[in-house]
Design a protein around this ligand. Structure first.
Ligand code: CA
Length: 222
């Protein structure tokens, strides 16, 4: 999952970026409402985490502008402790959820999982396709009940594919779910991770759609 974090508190943003990164999210960060609107228009994320108090346009106005064009994009708002009016205004403006600062990381993660379930076909924290099972809470993967050790990006790639099992994911979309802006990405990075995943999961689990991307092969002998 690729998250756009809109937050002008830099230490908080950095902390979230790191913590969420360890949990298999790719987090891109902007510090202003204008920048957020630009990104949503031209480089759409999977989920937006939007602070209400921003230096230029406030988060509620950002949300209204986003919603005018996009009703579906999941938006989780961050509000100040005493900001009850903000909460109400946020939900009225089309926020999917909100968190009051300061919040526990575990709570943010749980709420992100809810938003993820909403935008994928997966309805629980476990995703099972054929003999492969992925646990999004423990971030673990097993094949035929046997745990398999995956590198962080292998896990992120597999998760993105399994959340969309049967649907083709283009190479460029997969790349945005593996690397943040500015990270050095070699042109065959996704292929390399796919190759490693196939070694660990078996060759027929992930199907290559030539010239387009990859998908989980639902027709395999489950
Ligand atoms: Ca703020």
């Amino acid at each position: 999952m690729q998250i756009l974090l809109v937050e002008d508190d830099l230490p908080l943003a950095k902390g979230l970026q790191q913590a969420l990164g360890k949990q298999g999210y790719v987090v891109n960060h902007v510090g202003t409402g204008e920048a957020a609107l630009h990104v949503v228009e031209y480089d759409k994320p999977d989920i937006v985490v939007l602070d209400i108090g921003l230096p230029d346009i406030d988060g509620i106005s950002v949300l209204k502008k986003v919603r005018a064009k996009d009703k579906e994009l999941p938006v989780l708002m961050l509000t100040a402790r005493d900001g009850l009016d903000d909460k109400v205004a946020g939900l009225d403006s089309g926020a999917d959820d909100y968190l009051v600062k300061p919040f526990e990381m575990t709570e943010l993660l749980a709420r992100l999982r809810v938003l993820e379930r909403r935008i994928t076909s997966v309805k629980s924290n476990d995703i099972t396709v054929g003999k492969v099972c992925l646990d999004t809470v423990a971030q673990s993967v097993s094949v035929d009940g046997q745990p398999v050790d995956l590198a962080r990006r292998e896990y992120m790639l597999l998760k993105s594919l399994m959340e969309n099992a049967g649907r083709v994911q283009t190479r460029s979309v997969l790349e945005t779910r593996l690397y943040t802006w500015g990270e050095e990405v070699s042109s065959n990075a996704v292929e390399v991770h796919i190759h490693r995943l196939r070694k660990k999961l078996g060759n027929d689990f992930i199907k290559t759609i030539r010239g387009v991307g990859y998908k989980i092969n639902l027709e395999q002998g489950a």
